[in-house]
Design a protein around this ligand. Structure first.
Ligand code: SIN
Length: 311
């Protein structure tokens, strides 16, 4: 039987996976976002029955990512996903804000086809470079009929866009899915699926996003021992539209900070409470005066609130 060819589009965004150092033993003193996406995929095995196309969307250290890159990336994804011959998309990206981009794309695309983000914890020039295997695994996921929606693949593990978090600053296996656990493992190019791929409607479509300078401004503040009201008062004075508080434990907030957040809410600022814990969620209780963030981490709650405030 003739197997029709599937196209996988690889969109390059930069990161350590595209990083270059002066020597193969240097895993720290490199510059992220140096190699082009074509170089990254040049020697990676392509899944049988698939062809690759590559496009450079950005080439930056992902700590410097902004709304303009997110808008451009979501538009390129929407363009490619609409092509019938495209089976899926792989995005090479820095790991530092990978979870934010994954959640953003999930929120504005909610694609049926797989959109697979990957990165690396060692630069491309390292003797221990993990990028090539991560790209090979991501291509296998993008080509698989078992995969759908936005996910992250690193160290042979597939994480969902809603739960994925960078949980280690150095280890190659740097990502986790918290209580939910991973979606699947990739083993020798095959997927071992552990649970259903999350699906759901987009919070807002990629095609209707306003220009980056017209996005509502949402900031994150953290509750901690000794937290005060000054930051929130300054943000309100500066015209912020929303504030996410990274609360302690099950959503508790220092009384001084809470007072300022309640006052901000009274003045029309949208406030959401996310937990600063790496696992678990804020469990709602009767009488909550500051709404929870639907179990999202603070950085993802910020994205959800920006999209909500655009409506
Ligand atoms: C980045 O996020 O762009 C640098 C760090 C990394 O990719 O691991």
């Amino acid at each position: 039987m003739q197997v029709s060819e599937r196209r996988i589009v690889v969109l390059g965004c930069g990161g350590t996976i595209a990083g270059r150092a002066a020597s193969a033993s240097d895993n720290l003193g490199y510059r992220a976002g140096e190699l082009g996406v074509e170089e990254l995929i040049a020697h990676v095995p392509v899944p049988e029955g698939s062809t690759l196309a590559a496009e450079q969307v950005a080439n930056i250290d992902s700590k410097d990512l902004g709304l303009a890159q997110w808008c451009a990336l979501s538009q390129r994804c929407a363009h490619w996903l609409a092509q019938t011959e495209v089976a899926g998309i792989v995005i090479t990206h820095g790991t530092d804000t990978l979870e934010e981009t994954a959640f953003f794309l999930h929120a504005v695309l909610a694609p049926v086809k797989p959109v697979v983000l990957t990165g690396a914890m060692r630069p491309a020039t390292s003797a221990a470079a993990d990028g090539p295997q991560n790209i090979a695994d991501a291509l296998s996921v993008a080509a698989s009929p078992l995969a759908q929606g936005v996910c992250v693949v690193l160290a042979g593990t597939v994480h969902g866009a809603i739960e994925v978090q960078k949980v280690h600053s150095y280890r190659a296996d740097a990502f986790g899915s918290g209580d939910a656990g991973p979606l699947a493992y990739v083993e020798e190019g095959r997927l071992r699926v552990l649970r259903a791929w999350p699906q759901g409607p987009a919070l807002r479509s990629a095609g209707s996003l306003p220009d980056p300078d017209a996005w509502p401004r949402v900031e994150i503040v953290m509750s901690h021992a000794g937290a005060g009201s000054a930051l929130v008062r300054a943000l309100v004075k500066d015209g912020v539209a929303g504030i996410v508080v990274a609360a302690t434990g099950n959503g508790t907030v220092h009384e001084a900070l809470e007072g300022a957040l309640l006052a901000a809410q009274e003045q029309g600022v949208a406030v959401r409470r996310a937990s600063r814990c790496a696992q678990g969620r804020v469990l709602p209780q009767p009488g909550d005066r500051l709404p929870g963030a639907d179990g999202l981490s603070p950085v993802k709650a910020r994205i959800a609130l920006m999209l909500e405030l655009m409506q």
